[in-house]
Design a protein around this ligand. Structure first.
Ligand code: PXG
Length: 292
C-alpha cells in the first residue's frame, strides 16, 4: 500500500519524502503560481491538451512564463504516470513563481519551478451518483473578476477554501458560490448546471466560473446529443425551481444534485438528462486525451 511515489521537480524525479520546495518559493509565500488537476483513466490522460492549454493561460494571466514548452510538459506528465506505475489516477502539475526573497515582487524570482505529482484518486462514493448530492449556497462570494480572475487556476485557493469551510459546517456535499451581483458562479471545486423544460443551463464563465474542462466536454456532448445548452445568468431562484441539477469536475465527473437547502430538486432522484450526460461523459474518459 505504501508505494514510493516519484515526484517531478525541475528536471528530476525524487521520492515523495525528498520532494521539497524552498520556503522562499513565492508559490509557498504568496500563493504565486498556477496548477491543474488532471485524471488518467486506463492509460489515457483525459483531455491532456486542454488542461495544458488552461495551465498556460493561467500562467499567462499572471505574467508567469513556464520554463518548459507545452510538449515537454505533456511528456513529463506521461513520464510521471509511468514512473509511478499508474494507469488511472490523479495528476497535479504546478508552476510556481520560484525562489525569491521575502518581498512579493515577482522580479525577485529568476526561475519558475515546475512540479508534477501523480497519485491515486479517492473517488466519490457510489451513493452520491445513485442518490444525488445535497448542496447549499454559501455566504462567501466568488472573487471579483476585476480583483482575481476566477478563470485563473492559481495556487491561491483561499476564496474556495473559505466556501468549503462553510460547506463542512452545513454538512452538505458541495456549496454554490454567487458572484458579487448575486448570480450563480460555480461550486467550490465544480461547475454547476441545471435543466429546466429540457434545456440545459449553466452560468457563463464571465459570471465568475473556472472554464471547467468537464464543463466544456459536457456542453459539447449534450449539443451533439441534440440537446439545447445555454450559457447564461442563473439566480438562486433558478436553482431552487430546477427540474434537474448536476455538478461537473475532474474529481466528480458528472454528479447529480437532488436537494438544495430543504428543497427537493425534481423528483428527488437523479434526473434523466443528468444520467444520460453522465453516461456520455464516462464513454469518453478512456479515449479522449493522450494514451500512454
Ligand atoms: N471550479 C473550480 C473552482 C475548480 O477548482 C472546477 C470548477 C471544475 O473544473 P474541471 O476542469 O476539473 O472540470 C474546478 C476543478 C480537488 C480537485 O482536489 C478540484 C478540482 C479538480 C480536481 C481535483 O478537490 N477543481
Amino acid at each position: 500500500m505504501n508505494e514510493t511515489r516519484w515526484i517531478y521537480i525541475d528536471g528530476k524525479f525524487l521520492p515523495k519524502e525528498e520532494a521539497k520546495i524552498s520556503v522562499y518559493d513565492h508559490g509557498f509565500l504568496y500563493g504565486d503560481g498556477v496548477f491543474e488537476g488532471i485524471r488518467a483513466y486506463e492509460g489515457n490522460v483525459f483531455c491532456l491538451d486542454e488542461h495544458i492549454d488552461r495551465l498556460f493561460l493561467s500562467a499567462r494571466a499572471i505574467a508567469l512564463e513556464p520554463p518548459i514548452s507545452k510538449k515537454e510538459f505533456s511528456d513529463i506528465i506521461v513520464e510521471t504516470l509511468k514512473r509511478n506505475g499508474l494507469k488511472s489516477g490523479y495528476i497535479r502539475p504546478i508552476v510556481t513563481r520560484g525562489k525569491g526573497d521575502l518581498g512579493l515582487d515577482p522580479r525577485k524570482c529568476p526561475k519558475p519551478s515546475v512540479l508534477v505529482i501523480a497519485d491515486t484518486l479517492a473517488i466519490y462514493p457510489e451513493e452520491f451518483y445513485k442518490n444525488g448530492l445535497e448542496i447549499a449556497i454559501v455566504a462567501t462570494r466568488r472573487n471579483l473578476p476585476t480583483a482575481l480572475p476566477p478563470q485563473v487556476k492559481s495556487l491561491n485557493y483561499l476564496n474556495n477554501i473559505l466556501a468549503r469551510i462553510e460547506v463542512n459546517r452545513m454538512n452538505v456535499g458541495e456549496g454554490v458560490m454567487l458572484n458579487s451581483e448575486g448570480f450563480i458562479a460555480e461550486a467550490t471545486a465544480d461547475n454547476i448546471f441545471i435543466v429546466r423544460k429540457n434545456v440545459i443551463e449553466t452560468p457563463a464563465t464571465y459570471h465568475g466560473a473556472l472554464p471547467g474542462i468537464t464543463r466544456n466536454c459536457v456542453i459539447e456532448l449534450a449539443r451533439k446529443d441534440g440537446k439545447e445548452v445555454l450559457e447564461t445568468a442563473l439566480t438562486p431562484y433558478d436553482l431552487y425551481t430546477a427540474d434537474e441539477c448536476f455538478l461537473t469536475g475532474t474529481a466528480a465527473e458528472v454528479v447529480p444534485v437532488t436537494k438544495i437547502e430543504d428543497r427537493i430538486i425534481g423528483s428527488g432522484k437523479p434526473g434523466l438528462i443528468t444520467c444520460r450526460l453522465r453516461e456520455l461523459f464516462k464513454s469518453i474518459t478512456s479515449t479522449r486525451g493522450r494514451k500512454y
